[in-house]
Structures are given as structure tokens and as C-alpha cells.
Design a protein around this ligand. Structure first.
Ligand SMILES: Nc1ncnc2c1ncn2[C@@H]1O[C@H](COP(=O)(O)OP(=O)(O)OP(=O)(O)O)[C@@H](O)[C@H]1O
Length: 283
């Protein structure tokens, strides 16, 4: 494998991805034969191995896998925040060469700037707008995430769920065609989390944004994922991609939902049937 550390992106891959893209017009994200190594204490170790993943425009894809299998790294590579060794990554038909406004990202911790009001956190990256346009744009995004009236509040005055709403608004404020979400609801209580899952689907529908979400919550992965990507332990490889149907996915009590759950558990626990039985008994 060719070694490639730092923030440069392999030139050969750019051409390869652009050529490949012409035959796959409908894919807004294309990851092909991606490998990623990190170096720790002078020794390199492989984090991602031969990742092939295409995401269609408007799709909602979820990713599940063991801790440390490289899920966040994969999102950061797609976003252009982290470089890679081999393979190709393209967004909107262009090889990724760094972060840009076409791709927003939301992290588990909201990363709001505590000294800025909510409206200024959302508007932080907005350029090329008049003051009036900017204010209108921010107001629209606050309304989108259900926080109308909170423009002058500070992050410390918001709950965890509200802060994540602001982070989502900020991620969408640059009008990206892709929003990558890295465990965005991981720190929320169960009820707020379910509420946020509904909200993110509504937002995706209204904004027509393609979304890829990493989650540790298998129910969440099923409920949101039109396709669920299951990754192996490090080095992370794609083990299976499950395509879900809307009815089963969105009905948590349905037999279809339970079948998806069983299938996913089987990847992570050898005795999944026993595990599920035990879980039921304990309830
Ligand atoms: N910048 C870095 N330098 C060195 N090693 C890194 C770096 N970023 C991540 N790693 C390592 O790469 C591996 C994958 O990390 P990553 O955060 O992508 O995993 P993950 O699947 O998202 O984990 P989790 O589910 O626990 O968040 C881990 O072993 C991590 O320590």
C-alpha cells in the first residue's frame, strides 16, 4: 500500500474518481477501494480496508460497527477533513480534496462556540450575504430545527437536545447537498433521541439533503436508514449493506423491524438469538 500521511490527497485518485463518476451520475457520494492507515508511536495501523460505498442523492444511509472500527474516520474522509492512502472518494462527481460548503458535518458534541449567541453560531460560516439576507437565512434555519425565538440565547442556556438542534441548523446553514452526522444524538436521553430521529427525517425531507449517519444505536440505524451499512471490527470493512423497506423501518413494533434487528445483532454477537431471548426475558 502506498503511504500517504498528512492532508494532501493522492492526485492519481482524483482522475480515477472523476472518470468513474461519469458512469454513476446518480451517486452523490462514491467511495471506492478506500484504505486508510494512521500512524501511532511510529507504527502504522490500518483503520479502513477496501471500503466501497455509493450513496444516492436524497438517500439516508446509516452506519453501525464496533467502537474504533473507523466509522468517524470514514465520515471525516468523505467530508474532506482527513486524507487517505489508496482508493477514491468523490462528492457530487468531484474527487474530495478538502472540506467545502457542499458537505456539512454534525458531531456528537455540538461544538457550539459558548461566547456567541445562537444566531451567530448558526451564521458563523455564512459568507456572501447581506445583513438582512443573513438574518432571514438564520431565522429560517432556527425555525427548521424548532428553535424560533432562541436567536439571542447563548449555548449555556440550552438543553443538550436544543444544542444538537443548533448544530444541525449550523450544519445546514451553508446549504450543503450532503450532511454527515457522527453520533449526533449519542449524548441525548432516550425520549429526546426518539424525538430527534423524527425531526431529522422531517428536516431531510424538507431540505432534500442526502444524509449519512454513524450511530451506535441499532434501533436508530434501522428507523433512519434506507440502507444500513454494517462494518467489521478494525480494520473496518463493510460486512453487509441492508436495504430496508419504509413500512418495516418506521414501525418499531413490526416483525420487519425485528428481523432487521436480528440480522444486525447476528453480525456482532454469535449467539444473537439467545441474546435477544434473554433481553426479552429481562424486560
Ligand atoms: N488522527 C488520528 N491519529 C491516529 N489514530 C487515529 C486518529 N483518528 C482516529 N484514530 C484511530 O483510528 C481508529 C478508528 O477511529 P474512529 O474514531 O474512526 O473509530 P469509530 O468507529 O468512529 O469509533 P467510535 O465508535 O468509538 O467513535 C481508532 O483506533 C482511533 O484511535
Amino acid at each position: 500500500m502506498k503511504s500517504h500521511q498528512g492532508n494532501e490527497f493522492p492526485k492519481a485518485n482524483r482522475k480515477k474518481v472523476i472518470a468513474m463518476k461519469k458512469s454513476e451520475q446518480e451517486n452523490i457520494i462514491t467511495v471506492s477501494h478506500l484504505n486508510k492507515e494512521f500512524v501511532k508511536d511510529g507504527t502504522s495501523f490500518q483503520v479502513l480496508k477496501d471500503i466501497d460505498l455509493s450513496v444516492k442523492k436524497g438517500e439516508f444511509v446509516t452506519i453501525v460497527g464496533h467502537s474504533g472500527c473507523g466509522k468517524s474516520t470514514l465520515l471525516k474522509i468523505i467530508c474532506g477533513l482527513v486524507s487517505y492512502q489508496d482508493g477514491g472518494v468523490s462528492r457530487n462527481g468531484h474527487a474530495v480534496s478538502g472540506p467545502d460548503a457542499q458537505c456539512g458535518m454534525v458531531f456528537q458534541d455540538h461544538r457550539l462556540l459558548p461566547w456567541l449567541k445562537i444566531k451567530d453560531n448558526i451564521g458563523f460560516g455564512i459568507r456572501n450575504m447581506t445583513k438582512a439576507e443573513r438574518e432571514e437565512h438564520i431565522a429560517r434555519h432556527l425555525e427548521l430545527v424548532g428553535l424560533k425565538g432562541f436567536e439571542n440565547a447563548y449555548p449555556s442556556q440550552l438543553s443538550g437536545g436544543m444544542s444538537q438542534r443548533v448544530a444541525i441548523a449550523r450544519g445546514l446553514a451553508g446549504n450543503p447537498s450532503i450532511l454527515l452526522l457522527d453520533e449526533p444524538f449519542g449524548a441525548l436521553d432516550a425520549l429526546t433521541r426518539i424525538q430527534m430521529q423524527k425531526e431529522i427525517l422531517r428536516i431531510q425531507r424538507e431540505e432534500k439533503v442526502t444524509m449519512v449517519m454513524v450511530t451506535h444505536d441499532i434501533d436508530e440505524a434501522i428507523y433512519l436508514g434506507e440502507r444500513i451499512v454494517i462494518m467489521s471490527a478494525r480494520p473496518g470493512e463493510i460486512q453487509e449493506i441492508i436495504t430496508t423497506d419504509k413500512y418495516s423501518r418506521m414501525n418499531r413494533g413490526s416483525s420487519g423491524f425485528a428481523a432487521y434487528k436480528k440480522k444486525i445483532y447476528e453480525h456482532f454477537f454469535q449467539d444473537s438469538a439467545e441474546f435477544l431471548q434473554e433481553a426479552e426475558y429481562m424486560i
